[in-house]
Design a protein around this ligand. Sequence first.
Ligand SMILES: [Zn+2]
Length: 258
Amino acid sequence: MLDNRQLYEQAGLWESQKYQDAHYLRKVELINGLIPSDVSSILDVGCGNGAILENLSPQYWTVGGDRSWSAIKKSQQRLVQMSADSLPFKAHAFSMVMCHQIFEHLPDDILFSSAREMSRVAEQYVMVSVPYQERIEQERARCGKCSTTYNIWGHVRSFQSVNDVRNLFPDFDLRFHVHCGRENVYRSALALWFMQDLGGYWTTNAHAVCPGCGWAAQYVGGYPRRALATLAARIDQMIKKQSVFYWLICLFERKVLG
Ligand SMILES: [Zn+2]
């Protein structure tokens, strides 16, 4: 697998309209409301263009960090270039360390070391949000060059339960969790197989980059196969399924020792 740096250095990714999306703005409101009253300083790990920090109450002293230079360079916020798995701050440097929509992008080793780093730098609280029970195979593209299939957002993992997040922070207690965002209904595995593998109906995205070879062009199936994909999608729509809210936000507080 290629390092995905190239994916997140695309300037267009950070000017996206998604930061104006109503669900996104409601989520930021919720994040604001969840911050405990004794928090004075906040570090946002993987802050992107600083969109969340920008919308926090001005009473906090905030710093954001992201590995992508093109994400942070135009922001008006106090941002530094850094990697989530090696935070350039002292232990307990911020009363709260938060991280939104980052963990689903990280391979195992980086995920575990990032959670450890957040635990080290947080004095009292950690707040994390991740997509909840996301079916990452639903929004898969197929590389036009090497045929690797991959999630178009660069998501490499899905959190199936609150414990999947809780287990990353053994020194902290979960204080509460909340779901928000768009309410999703995912396709069945069988329908996806018909649509993608047989129907050639893979998702495309202008910013997606193949993690296998770095190529951006994506495979798009032709007409006869696409008709099969459409049929499979129609049938799948008739099957009743459980819907899930897209985001899970967790607030953790450091355990009291002794
Ligand atoms: Zn490829």
